[in-house]
Design a protein around this ligand. Structure first.
Ligand code: FAD
Length: 401
């Protein structure tokens, strides 16, 4: 592993990061095309459920927070409510139901029960600066970190070990082993949990800074100072964006045969099915090459199942906290991305090869889980593209000085 010379806060080292960076352009090109397909564009969700944790959700009045759903008649017929209500009730598996949502024992998230939700065309809703901020946004993040992170905060995590860009470890697997030295047997899982959340937070921040609104001129532009302040000056946050990307890629690689057997037909002609499958197979190949995450070192030992249940409960809570996000647009992407990560966690930690076999378990995932998984990978890949732009801006600025 060759360390790059550190010339600024957003340089990075070679190695596994380099593997991801070397494939990301290709990944981004293919996954952008994939999420444009009808199967992946339309997402049904109930955005207006009550926040279960506090009475007011700090509703955001910024125009950037507003969102419009699509008319159901614009959605391919087979996903409309009428068609979905024809699903054979005997095929619905064991669920723990709450009003409007449910989870199965294997799930890391609450899923919508599709009785109330509206459809959104995700291509019409970029993830970018909306103006949602201040104490309401902080309360949501704080609650995710403090109440649902096994009491682990950034400060005590960084106090334990402070990574920097010069000494990034060789592989993500080493990141896990490095943490494994901790005497607390629960620590490895806690830290993985923290990295997942912090990586998501950093990816959202990267999007905000990359498509930032200058309120004086009304222009959208990448804001390098915003990115330095929120992400690059905390190198571990940048590292966790890679961490989440690798986790998602590993899940897609494991799910390859299942994804290849899924029905993507939306029009009834099967042409879209073929096109979708072609692009998907390229994404799966990239995932096989770059998804070097070793899930087998987690949840081992005598209390493994207890830890896993605790991890699941915490992550399910995070998906419910999304109902407390006071900005509609942020809530939509928050829900999609927490569902996408939860789906990846389920694939990695709950399902063995037999369970993932499409011939024996064709109903393993719902469409919403597959759509969320791929759109979440798209968002992380887009963040890494944005990081490249910020690196170029940083170099240009340094050269000009
Ligand atoms: P915040 O990002 O709110 O962070 C709060 C504190 O958390 C920081 O002071 C820091 O101590 C710590 N922190 C920050 N980043 C990390 C990290 N990566 N890891 C660990 N700790 C960290 N706003 C938009 O404009 N567009 C969106 O699409 C959008 N989506 C959102 C989705 C969700 C689920 C939530 C909760 C918020 C969303 N927001 C969005 C709001 C946005 O995330 C910020 O809260 C807001 O921009 C204010 O930013 P801030 O600089 O005050 O710090």
């Amino acid at each position: 592993c060759q360390n790059a010379v550190l010339t600024g806060p957003i340089e990075t080292t070679m190695c596994d990061y380099e593997t991801i960076e070397s494939v990301n352009e290709d990944l981004f090109g293919n996954i952008s095309e994939l999420v444009d397909k009808p199967f992946f564009r339309y997402f049904q969700v109930d955005l207006y459920r009550e926040c279960p944790f506090w009475p007011d959700d700090g509703y955001c009045n910024e125009p950037g927070c507003a969102i419009t759903s699509v008319d159901e008649s614009d959605v391919p017929e087979k996903w409309r409510a009428k068609a979905l209500s024809k699903v054979d009730p005997s095929s619905v598996d064991q669920r723990h139901s709450l009003p409007g949502c449910y989870y199965r024992d294997s799930d890391f998230c609450f899923l919508d029960d599709n009785t109330e939700g509206e459809y959104f065309d995700l291509r019409l809703v970029p993830e970018r600066y909306t103006g949602y901020s201040g104490k309401d946004a902080h309360r949501v993040w704080r609650s995710i970190y403090e109440e649902n992170c096994f009491g682990l905060t950034e400060l005590n995590l960084l106090g334990a070990k402070s990574p920097n860009l010069v000494s990034l470890p060789d592989t993500m697997i080493e990141v896990l082993h490095e943490d494994d030295e901790e005497p607390d047997p629960q620590c490895l899982e806690k830290r993985v949990y923290y990295k997942v959340i912090s990586g998501l937070h950093a990816s959202i921040s990267t999007h905000i800074c990359h498509e930032y609104l200058n309120q004086t001129t009304g222009q959208w532009h990448p804001n390098l100072n915003c990115f330095i302040n929120r992400v690059a000056s905390h190198p571990e946050r940048l590292q966790y964006i890679y961490f989440d990307t690798i986790l998602l890629l590993r899940a897609v690689a494991r799910l390859g045969p299942y994804l290849s057997a899924f029905d993507y037909c939306s029009t009834g002609t099967h042409e879209d099915d073929q096109e979708t499958l072609q692009i998907l197979s390229k994404v799966i190949d990239i995932a096989k090459h770059a998804g070097a995450f070793d899930e087998t070192i987690l949840f081992r030992g005598e209390n493994a199942n207890v830890f896993k249940e605790e991890f699941k409960t915490h992550f399910r809570n995070v998906t419910r906290i999304m109902d407390c996000v006071g900005c509609d647009k942020c809530r939509l992407w928050g829900k999609i991305q927490t569902t996408g990560i939860a789906t990846a966690l389920k694939i990695l930690f709950e399902l063995d090869e037999k369970a993932l076999d499409p011939r024996t378990n064709s109903d393993l995932l719902h469409r919403s889980e597959v759509v969320a998984l791929m759109n979440t990978l798209f968002r992380f890949s887009e963040s890494l593209q944005a990081v490249e732009d910020f690196r170029t801006m940083w170099r240009d600025r340094s050269n000009a000085e």
